[in-house]
Design a protein around this ligand. Structure first.
Ligand SMILES: Nc1ncnc2c1ncn2[C@@H]1O[C@H](COP(=O)(O)OP(=O)(O)OP(=O)(O)O)[C@@H](O)[C@H]1O
Ligand SMILES: [Mg+2]
Length: 247
């Protein structure tokens, strides 16, 4: 079994007074596998349990230009699923127009993604909510800059991680690699959510059984393909309660 490293990164400029355990980081086995879908379902499940739950998308590439500034679909979906609803800039402090890796999109605008603005925005959200659901960017090791990976957000905010496994061919490998990397980076893997992103996938039950047996954390729920909001939230009801008590 994998060892949990005690390594923590030191972050210059980060205010240690800001609460850092009131949230959950939603990582994914890849881009486009249902992080936003699962994060919104978690927000609805938390709200159904009577909790104040707010979503955050710290770094987003692929934004529309609007009179109010750049707007990203994930951030807008998380805001719509939140209560209290955050200001856009606090939900999504780093927004880039181009739908490419954030470190490339940022370079094109001579911007660099850094952790202090993310930490400051998270602190504002955490002050008003019982739980903040922070959606990651791409997969666990997606680059945000020449020196930062997506994993640094979970490390900096010291959040437990929920891994969304997009159920499709290849997901067993991606799930294992991601889980191993999360633990090796010193983060707590609180659990994983299976998302049936591919309705044509065969022998799903056996893949789920393999994941249950091999991943070093519990399955927190299974989201069926095409679940509506109520069904997805209901599938994560137990997960929401468990995450809130840990957050
Ligand atoms: N269980 C599901 N059933 C049907 N469609 C789904 C399901 N989960 C996700 N989708 C759809 O798949 C697409 C990708 O999902 P989503 O945007 O949540 O992925 P993501 O991991 O957040 O992607 P990104 O890396 O861009 O943030 C979306 O169109 C979403 O509506
Ligand atoms: Mg997303």
């Amino acid at each position: 079994m994998w060892q949990i490293s005690a390594q923590r990164i030191i972050l210059p400029g980060v205010n240690a007074q800001i609460p850092t355990r009131s949230g959950v980081f939603v990582a994914g086995t890849d881009t486009g596998i249902g992080k936003t879908f699962a994060a919104c379902a978690l927000l609805h499940a938390l709200r159904a349990a009577g909790l104040r739950a707010t979503g955050m998308k710290p770094v987003a590439s692929g934004c529309a230009s609007t009179p109010d500034g750049l707007r990203n679909d994930d951030a807008l979906a998380l805001i719509a699923a939140s209560d209290p609803q955050p200001d856009y800039a606090d939900c999504n402090p780093f927004a880039f127009a181009q739908a490419v890796s954030p470190h490339i999109a940022a370079r094109a605008t001579a911007t660099e993604v850094t952790l202090p603005p993310i930490h400051a925005a998270y602190g504002k959200l955490a002050a008003r909510a019982d739980v903040v659901i922070v959606e990651g960017v791409g997969g666990w090791l997606a680059p945000l800059s020449d020196s930062l990976l997506a994993s640094a957000i979970a490390q900096a905010l010291r959040l437990p991680v929920v891994l969304v496994v997009g159920l499709k061919l290849g997901c067993l490998n991606h799930a294992h690699l991601s889980a191993r990397s999360i633990v090796a980076d010193g983060c707590e893997l609180a659990g994983w959510i299976a998302n049936r992103i591919d309705p044509a996938m065969e022998r799903v039950d056996e893949s789920l059984e393999t994941l249950r047996r091999r991943l070093p954390a519990p399955c927190l729920g299974v989201l069926e393909f095409g679940s509506d909001r109520a069904r997805a939230a209901s599938a994560l009801r137990t997960a929401a309660t468990m995450l809130h008590t840990r957050a």
